[in-house]
Design a protein around this ligand. Structure first.
Ligand code: ADP
Ligand code: MG
Length: 475
């Protein structure tokens, strides 16, 4: 009795479905289309070369078993690989497989035709699949564990990271989620895991990618109609490091695809490492289903380093750079630059630059001058309240009047100037600025900024006033 390809494949799927996780089934088996059955050779069509590789790598035994049960010991499988969008070759129906020689085959996998009868990668049961893709992990060798100073501020995060690097995907810390303010070492630590994994298990595919880059790639893949390739590319990674996931806020399509990638990797025991400026519970603009998954593993925060750790970081830095510097100078820096590690490094670098440029020796005095300047200019973001206070003093208008509804001309102007500086010197939204200046709406704030800008352009006296206030605010 001769069987038809659809029936055979349907029976195979029944068995496969019981043997793989449902997400994997949906991802890797549902998209397959049975094409034909020629004696003992079943031909199936898969959406991309990655897909073919992945099936070969992960499921070949299962496929073999089920197929043999269906069509006998001599069963063979052939693939048609289809590209939705043929970017490398504009004549999709003319490239024929099998290739005439090996080189051609290896150079061609991305430009396979859509023609059902033509392209086939033959006989995977015996001939090994295409070479595994070599993916550059995008890691910076400087960001190693050995360059990462441990302190109270990062102890949990660091040791979890180290545990993960020994057994990626095999610990309870999956995903491993690092959070904390900017400049505290999230990127460094996340990359350190990647470097360590690569050292211990070079065969694993590690990838570091920023959330922004991921999004750009995704959008590009939609534009060029290669979304499937994008998806499958990310699904073959063993250790995926996604930096600054808070950048996904409000970007629903990107979150959606990442959700699928996350599920797939997590289900297949692959490791995910995420970083963010906030803990999962505090992240805004991210879908609930994504946030709940972020909480599955371990979230560890990075805190501001204490004095000891700051000293140790400085010492490590100058040691690595081969610089000698007195402890008194390091102590001065460590006790004055306290916000985060990036600023700490910045201070050290400026000091070195100063001394080189001006051919001055690095002395405590030079360090003092420079650091004091640095601290002033990087002072905390101005608050709206502080701006209102300075403006009220400058125009000699009581702050209550600025916050009131008075339409008197000088008061309106002072109010507008306060809004103008709040817009330009803080990160607050127009709505926030308006609500803090007597419950105005965002359109009023916008109008105020326009008025002030117009006056600056047309009224010299006014412009000078604005400059003076600006100076006072930045002092
Ligand atoms: P984040 O990603 O949290 O904004 P980064 O990882 O980029 O911070 O760190 C900022 C800089 O500080 C980097 O140059 C990094 O090497 C350094 N750094 C942060 N934490 C440490 C640490 N514990 N030991 C050594 N260097 C650190
Ligand atoms: Mg970072």
């Amino acid at each position: 009795m001769s069987k038809n390809h659809e029936a055979v494949w349907k029976n195979c799927l029944q068995v496969i479905k019981d043997n793989v996780p449902s997400v994997s089934f949906r991802t890797w088996f549902e998209p397959i289309v049975p094409v034909k059955l020629d004696q003992n050779v079943l031909t199936i069509q898969v959406p991309s070369p990655f897909f073919y590789e992945y099936l070969e790598e992960q499921y070949i035994d299962l496929l073999k078993k089920t197929l043999r049960k269906e069509i006998g010991q001599e069963a063979k499988l052939e693939y048609n690989v289809v590209m939705e969008n043929n970017t490398m070759n504009n004549r999709p129906y003319t490239v024929r497989f099998p290739a005439r020689n090996k080189t051609e085959l290896h150079n061609r996998p991305l430009s396979l035709p859509v023609d059902k009868d033509a392209p086939q990668i033959r006989n995977p049961f015996i001939i090994p699949g295409l070479k595994k893709l070599n993916i550059d992990p995008q890691l910076n060798p400087e960001y190693s564990f050995s360059n990462f100073i441990e302190g109270e501020c990062n102890r949990l995060a660091r040791s979890a990271g180290y545990a993960v690097s020994n057994k990626p995907g095999k610990t309870a810390f999956n995903p491993l989620f690092f959070y904390g303010d900017s400049g505290l070492g999230k990127t460094h630590l996340a990359q350190a895991i990647g470097i360590e994994v690569k050292e211990k298990s070079p065969e694993l595919t590690v990838l570091y990618v920023t959330a922004n880059r991921f999004q750009t790639q995704f959008i590009e893949s939609i534009r060029s109609n290669t979304r499937n390739d994008f998806l499958h590319f990310y699904q073959v990674i063993d250790v995926l490091i996604l930096d600054d996931v808070h950048e996904f806020a409000g970007k629903e399509k990107t979150q959606d695809i990442f959700f699928h990638i996350f599920n797939h990797l997590h289900q297949s025991g692959k490791q995910l490492i995420l970083t963010s400026d906030k803990a999962p519970v505090e992240l805004q603009g991210l879908e609930q289903r994504l946030l709940s998954r972020f909480k599955w593993g371990l979230s560890a925060d990075l805190q501001t380093p204490d004095y000891e750790t700051r000293m140790a970081i400085l010492k490590k830095k100058i040691y690595n750079d081969g610089i000698v510097m007195g402890d008194d100078i390091l102590e001065y820096i460590a006790s004055h630059v306290t916000n985060n590690v990036r600023e700490l490094e910045g201070a050290l670098i400026s000091l070195l630059a100063q001394s080189t440029l001006n051919k001055k020796e690095i002395t405590l005095d030079l360090a003092r001058q420079m650091i004091d300047k640095l601290i002033k200019s990087s002072r905390k973001e101005l608050s709206i309240e502080y701006i209102q206070k300075v403006v009220s003093e400058y125009f000699n208008v009581p702050i209550e009047l600025i916050l009131s509804k008075t339409r008197k001309r000088e008061i309106v102007q002072a109010r507008q100037v306060a809004m103008y500086f709040s817009k330009n010197l803080t990160k607050s939204s127009l709505t926030t600025i308006g609500s803090k200046i007597g419950g105005k709406d965002h359109a009023t704030v916008l109008h105020a900024c326009k008025t002030v800008n117009n006056l600056i352009d047309t009224d010299k006296r006014f412009r000078l006033q604005i400059e003076e206030i600006g100076k006072k605010l930045k002092m």
